[in-house]
Each structure stands twice: as structure tokens, then as C-alpha cells.
Write a protein that binds this ligand. Structure first.
Ligand code: ADP
Ligand code: MG
Length: 467
């Protein structure tokens, strides 16, 4: 098969070598022979291209970089323009022949490795469904059921502690449960960035190729918290390449973020990729869902969950509204407290166990916090509350306002929408913008760090006085 094409190819190799010889480039011929020593199989001829098989990505990379253009010129002139050349790795060639969505041939991959990257309890079975997460859950299940055939990528969005990582990893578990050989790669975008920098720091092209290979080998790539790719152009570029490779090869990608892609400070090309698939949002759970989540979590903490009265769960659920991680943490603290003091699981212990960590019970106390932050900031900047809330763009007012957004989100755990309401119904993206501005300044500007420290100190003092 393809004898003619193969001899054309061999002829092109010879012409290239003779050219080098005539220039006296003996070293170049050695490297050339080394790269091409086992390259002698044609995979297919398609659209006037001869596809030649190479053993791995590294070889393909070298050929594409150093030889492809010259060899293409040779083939074109030998065939009077009838043929061009392309190189394909053995693995990709096999995949094309098998053309299965998830590669069955993964003998290289340790099946346990993928499992180890996932938290064992983050499964669909342990994900409690309610109004605020039903759609996200359904779509995630669909992606898990038929990777790459549903939505690619799946973009899971939600504020901190609402179950993004859990839902994303559940997809990973499900895919693995159905095909232990599937290569599921889970990474946070911080880890992704670190890996990328480590690979580039060595200045050895092989390291970056190996890293690309690691990601490109994935059948399912899960990248958590992609907002941390913001302002990291090189990492974004690398991620973009991995993304495109996987997408082109029908591999599923799932990402999570705390905001819509349109609000991320990332390159436009990536933003557009994220809009190719499906965007789902995890909302704030209502009281019913919070109680149900607590029931589920309780079954992990104690053997007989029924000993904890519903009343206790309702009460804890009523205290923690915006963040399931905190809700879960509170339950754990409460249970540990009762066990440590050999006490019954009674409502009275909630206050004792959670003490200082207790969020203020009613929204009125939350209002106190909001007012306290506003007061401290106004005193600090010598401005009125009207100034703070106003639309004025005077720089010191914008700064004071942004600090308030930041502290209300970070320290009070308020949602962007809630903060928007406090500040005259501003849009959530305005709040996010201000919040980000402070976050960015905190990294480079020690004045901002000391402003925040001071305001926090005064804020705590004001709470102590009012208690
Ligand atoms: P995020 O990644 O959005 O910050 P996580 O996925 O880490 O949040 O979730 C925080 C904690 O809350 C985890 O322990 C997770 O199991 C739990 N959690 C969140 N939502 C649910 C849910 N619907 N059912 C069960 N547990 C949940
Ligand atoms: Mg997370």
C-alpha cells in the first residue's frame, strides 16, 4: 500500500540530505538521520496530503519545526505539486483507525493515577440536588454520560463554596467508573500555571513537550478555578493550545470559574472558546437544600445520623446561607463538640460549639457588619455615607468604595448581588471589577495592604464594642 507515495517520500528525504551534504552540514545530517530513522510508514493519503507516521509527539515536534517546510518543498517539486506532506503520531493514527471517543489503548496509563487526583467523596451520589444546582447537575451528568458528544467545554460557574469542584470531579469519577482506562486529568489552574513555569524554567524544549503531551493525552481534562489564569498570558497561550488540541480530538474539557468568561481578564480567543459549549451556574442553596446537604454530610460523620434532631440541622442551615463549605464545617465542629463533651446533640450546643465562628444569626446583625464597615471606611477617608454610595468617580471615592466591596465580599462573605444592592443597585460586574482592582493592588501596593489592615482592625474593634 502507498508504495508510490512512500518512494516519493524517501526520494524527498534523499534530496534534503544531498542538499545538506553539498553544504557540508555533516552534523545536520546526523540529527536528521536520527529523527527519521524509523520513519517509513504512510498512514493515509487524503486531500493531496501524504500522512507519514512518526513514533511520538516529540519526533513530530522536531520534524514540524526543523524539516517540514523543506521536505514539503521537495515533495511538491517531485510530484509537480500533486502532494504535500503531513506527519501524524502513531497514537493519533491508531485513534483515527479505532475512532472511539475514549481511547481503549491506554496501557501506559496507570488506571489508579486518575483516581488519585480526585477526592473520593466528590461523586454524583454525594451531590445533593436542589433548585439552585439542578440544571448544573443535569448538564454535568449528561457530559459524564457522553463525553465530547454533549457540550464541549462545560463551564461551571459559581461563587466560592457552592460545589464547583465537587460537581466537576463527579464527572471525572463517573467517566472512570465506566472506563477505568480513560485518562482523566484534574488540575487547578494554579497547578497548571506552576507546571507550565517549571517546564519552561529548565529551558529544555523536551520538558514543555512532555507537559503538552501529559495534557493532550487526556480523555477528559478538568481545570478548576480558571479565574486564576487571569493576567498570565503565557500560561493562557499554553492552555489555549492544549484546549484546541483536545477539542479537535473530540476530548471533553470541563472548567470552573467564579465568574462568567466575559468578566475574566483573559485573552479574547480563550473567552470565545469557553462560549463554544455550555455554561451552567451553581446558585446559593435554599434552606431545604442546605438541610438536605447537612443530612448527607452527617452520614459521613457519625454512624447513626438519626440521633441528631432535625431541629439542629435546620438551625445550623439557617445560620450559613452562602457557602456550603462553611455550612459543612459548622456541622463538623458541632458534632465534634458534642462528642468531645459526651453531650447529646442539642440545639443549645450550637452556640457553644460554634462560638466566635457563628455568623450573626439574623440579617439585622449582618446589617450591623455592613454598617460597621461603611462607618469605618467613611471615618478613615473622612467622607460621608452619601459620598461612599454615590456615583462620583473622584478617585479617592472610587478607591474607598472598592475597598468596601472587597471587605464585604472577603470578610462578610456577601454575594456580589447583595453588595450591589447595598450600593444603590449597582450591577454585579461593577462590584466584581472593584473587588478585583483591590485584589490586584494588594499584590503590589503596600499602602493598600496597610489601609486594609487598619480598616479591618477598626472594624473588629467596633464589633467588640457593640456586642
Ligand atoms: P467550590 O469549588 O465551588 O468552592 P466545593 O466543590 O469545594 O466548592 O464545595 C465545598 C464543599 O461543599 C465540599 O465539601 C462539597 O462536597 C460541598 N458541597 C457543595 N455543594 C454540595 C451539594 N450540592 N451536595 C453535597 N455537597 C456539596
Ligand atoms: Mg473549588
Amino acid at each position: 500500500m502507498f508504495e508510490n507515495e512512500l518512494s516519493l517520500f524517501n526520494e524527498a528525504l534523499n534530496i534534503f540530505k544531498n542538499n545538506q551534504l553539498s553544504k557540508g552540514n555533516i552534523n545536520a545530517i546526523d540529527s536528521f538521520n536520527d529523527v527519521f530513522k524509523d520513519v517509513n510508514t504512510i498512514h493515509k493519503v487524503e486531500n493531496n496530503y501524504i500522512y507519514v507516521i512518526v513514533k511520538d509527539t516529540l519526533t513530530k515536534f522536531k520534524i514540524d519545526k526543523f524539516y517540514s517546510i523543506s521536505l514539503n518543498d521537495c515533495i511538491k517539486s517531485l510530484s509537480n505539486g500533486a502532494y504535500g506532506l503531513k506527519f501524524i503520531t502513531l497514537e493519533d493514527a491508531k485513534k483515527e483507525n479505532i475512532s472511539l471517543p475514549i481511547s481503549q489503548e491506554k496501557e501506559k496509563i496507570d488506571p489508579e493515577r486518575s483516581k488519585r487526583l480526585l477526592r473520593p467523596e466528590f461523586t454524583f451520589e454525594n451531590f445533593v440536588v436542589g433548585e439552585s444546582n439542578r440544571f448544573a447537575y443535569t448538564e454535568a451528568r449528561q457530559v459524564a454520560n457522553s463525553p465530547h458528544a454533549s457540550f464541549n467545554p462545560l463551564y461551571i460557574m459559581g461563587e466560592v463554596g457552592l460545589g464547583k469542584t465537587h460537581l466537576m470531579q463527579a464527572i471525572g469519577h463517573y467517566v472512570l467508573d465506566n472506563n477505568i482506562k480513560a485518562n482523566v486529568v484534574y488540575t487547578s489552574s494554579n497547578q497548571f500555571t506552576d507546571d507550565y513555569f517549571r517546564a519552561t524554567a529548565t529551558k529544555n524544549a523536551d520538558d514543555i513537550i512532555k507537559l503538552s503531551q501529559f495534557y493532550e493525552d487526556a480523555d477528559l481534562l478538568l481545570v478548576d478555578d480558571i479565574q486564576f489564569l487571569e493576567n498570565k498570558e503565557k500560561t493562557q497561550e499554553f492552555f489555549f493550545k492544549c484546549f484546541d488540541y483536545l477539542h479537535e480530538h473530540n476530548k471533553q474539557i470541563v472548567v470552573t470559574a467564579d465568574r462568567p468568561a466575559s468578566d475574566l481578564k483573559i485573552m479574547a480567543r480563550l473567552k470565545s472558546r469557553f462560549s463554544w459549549g455550555e455554561v451552567v451556574q451553581l446558585g446559593v442553596p435554599d434552606i431545604t437544600l442546605r438541610v438536605n446537604i447537612l443530612k448527607r454530610k452527617l452520614s459521613f460523620l457519625i454512624d447513626n445520623p438519626n440521633v441528631v434532631p432535625e431541629e439542629v440541622l435546620e438551625r445550623i442551615a439557617s445560620l450559613y446561607k452562602n457557602n456550603v463549605r462553611e455550612l459543612e464545617g459548622a456541622l463538623r465542629t458541632y458534632v465534634n463538640y458534642c462528642i468531645a463533651f459526651s453531650s447529646d446533640f442539642i440545639v443549645d450546643n450550637i452556640q457553644k460549639a460554634l462560638g466566635a465562628h457563628l455568623p450573626k444569626d439574623s440579617s439585622s446583625l449582618k446589617n450591623n457588619d455592613v454598617n460597621a464597615i461603611k462607618d469605618v471606611i467613611c471615618t478613615y477617608f473622612r467622607i460621608t455615607e452619601k459620598d461612599l454610595i454615590s456615583d462620583s468617580r473622584k478617585s479617592y471615592l472610587v478607591y474607598a468604595r472598592n475597598l468596601a466591596f472587597y471587605l464585604m465580599r472577603e470578610d462578610l462573605g456577601l454575594q456580589l448581588k447583595e453588595i450591589g444592592n447595598i450600593f444603590g443597585n449597582r450591577d454585579h460586574s461593577t462590584i466584581l471589577h472593584g473587588y478585583d482592582k483591590i485584589k490586584e493592588l494588594l499584590e503590589n501596593d503596600s499602602n493598600v495592604v496597610s489601609d486594609i489592615d487598619y480598616i479591618r482592625k477598626k472594624f473588629k474593634e467596633s464589633l467588640a464594642v457593640s456586642e
